[in-house]
Design a protein around this ligand. Structure first.
Ligand SMILES: Nc1ncnc2c1ncn2[C@@H]1O[C@H](COP(=O)(O)OP(=O)(O)OP(=O)(O)O)[C@@H](O)[C@H]1O
Length: 371
């Protein structure tokens, strides 16, 4: 359990953030300059707040009232930043071992082989950082942080410096370490798909304050008053089970009670549920079931409510069969011509190509299928 409650001023900016987090990944999400990295620096002991209390698994790292402020190396936290920051003159093996020097023998609970295996870096051990790709470097940086046997892993935009393909390469490794090491992770990101995929809990920070805390589907859901960029970022997070992979067309069929979802590429996660992230601007609504259309994913539900504010857009909240909520932005004009309102049955059409590969992960706590 992590308890964080700090007030901190730096220049014109002031931060007042309090949250609690359990095991698994807690994402700090929010616009640029909102204070996410400041929270990481305060957790790590790289900055001292004017007032605060920080506790991880019962150990108080900071308490300004009690005069407690553990030095960064005594906090036993693993840090991974955007830039891997490996030592260029040391081979991967030595880079990996470096952090362990600061951990006393009794606290060394994470051993070398499982980390190397989970991160898929065994073949890189005798290479120098300059010969690695950005994704490989970042995996080594994650390994180095893990090998300090941290109480908590802090990851500040660990994928931000990687291109889209490298991000896709590294994400599954972060998922594996989340699932296979019992180390809580605080993960900073702007990227909706990463947050939806990895996090059990999301703390949205805006202007130095906590705006919302909840599951990805609660926090990433749209709001009619959102700015244009927030509107494009807003998503629904729904979950289903893989039925099969169709190798002829290279798509995975996922079963949801409201209909089948066709996802590009292969999802290979046995019987575990998959979390699917659907951008609210990518949903088309139809009153009857449409006939000849290219869209393969058609989900059935009932309009729970329609929100409008007199502007061009309307937000339609759909209760899908099976209980998940699907959010769709449409123009008010479109809704008016469809005559769609609360209580009406509706078909939601989602283009499979709009389902990003980054948005088709395993759930945080995998459970056997219930159907
Ligand atoms: N050392 C500092 N002195 C004064 N102001 C600072 C300092 N460091 C950060 N700030 C300011 O504090 C605010 C929060 O910065 P922070 O880096 O925590 O934001 P962030 O949410 O992580 O942003 P981004 O997503 O762009 O990395 C910003 O307005 C920033 O300009």
């Amino acid at each position: 359990m992590i308890r964080f409650d700090c007030s901190h001023g730096q220049g014109d900016f002031s931060l007042n953030v309090a949250f609690e987090a359990e095991s698994g990944v807690t994402a700090l999400f929010g616009p640029s300059g909102s204070g996410k990295s400041t929270v990481i620096r305060l957790l790590a002991g790289l900055a001292r707040p004017q007032r605060g209390h920080i506790e991880v698994d019962g150990t108080v790292l900071l308490d300004t009232t009690a005069g407690i402020n553990l030095k960064p190396h005594r906090r036993r936290l693993g840090l991974v930043f955007q830039d891997a920051q490996l030592f260029p003159h040391l081979k991967v093996r030595t880079n990996l071992g470096y952090g362990r020097f600061f951990t006393c023998a009794a606290d060394r609970v994470v051993s070398f082989e499982p980390v190397v295996e989970v991160l898929g870096i065994a073949h890189l051990l005798d290479r120098y950082p300059a010969t690695l790709s950005g994704g490989e470097r970042q995996r080594v940086a994650i390994g180095r942080a893990l090998l300090t046997s941290p109480r908590l892993l802090l990851m500040d935009e660990p994928l931000a410096s990687l291109d889209a393909d490298r991000k896709l390469e590294v994400l599954p490794f972060i998922e594996r370490l989340r699932d296979e090491f019992a180390i809580p992770i605080v993960y900073v990101s702007h990227a909706v798909e990463e947050v939806a995929r990895l996090a059990a809990r999301v703390v949205k920070i805006v202007g130095g304050k906590v705006a919302t805390v909840g599951t990805p589907s609660e926090v990433l859901a749209p709001n009619l008053l959102a700015s244009a960029s927030e509107r494009f970022d807003a998503v629904s997070v729904i979950s289903g089970h893989v039925v099969r992979y169709d190798p002829d067309f290279a798509v995975t069929i996922v079963r949801h009670p409201a209909g089948e979802i066709v996802v590009p590429g292969r999802i290979d996660n046995g019987h575990a549920p998959v979390r699917i992230t659907i951008r609210s601007t990518n949903v088309t609504l139809a009153v009857g079931r449409p006939g000849q259309v290219s869209v393969r994913t058609i989900l059935f539900g009932t309009v729970e409510r329609v929100e409008t504010d007199g502007g061009p857009f309307a937000l339609v909240v759909i209760a899908l069969v099976g209980g998940d909520r699907l959010y769709a932005f449409a123009t008010r004009l479109a809704l008016d011509s469809l005559g769609l309102d609360a209580g009406d049955e509706v078909h939601a059409l989602i283009k499979s190509v709009s389902i990003d590969e980054r948005a088709v992960p395993r759930l945080v706590h995998s459970q056997p299928p219930t159907t």
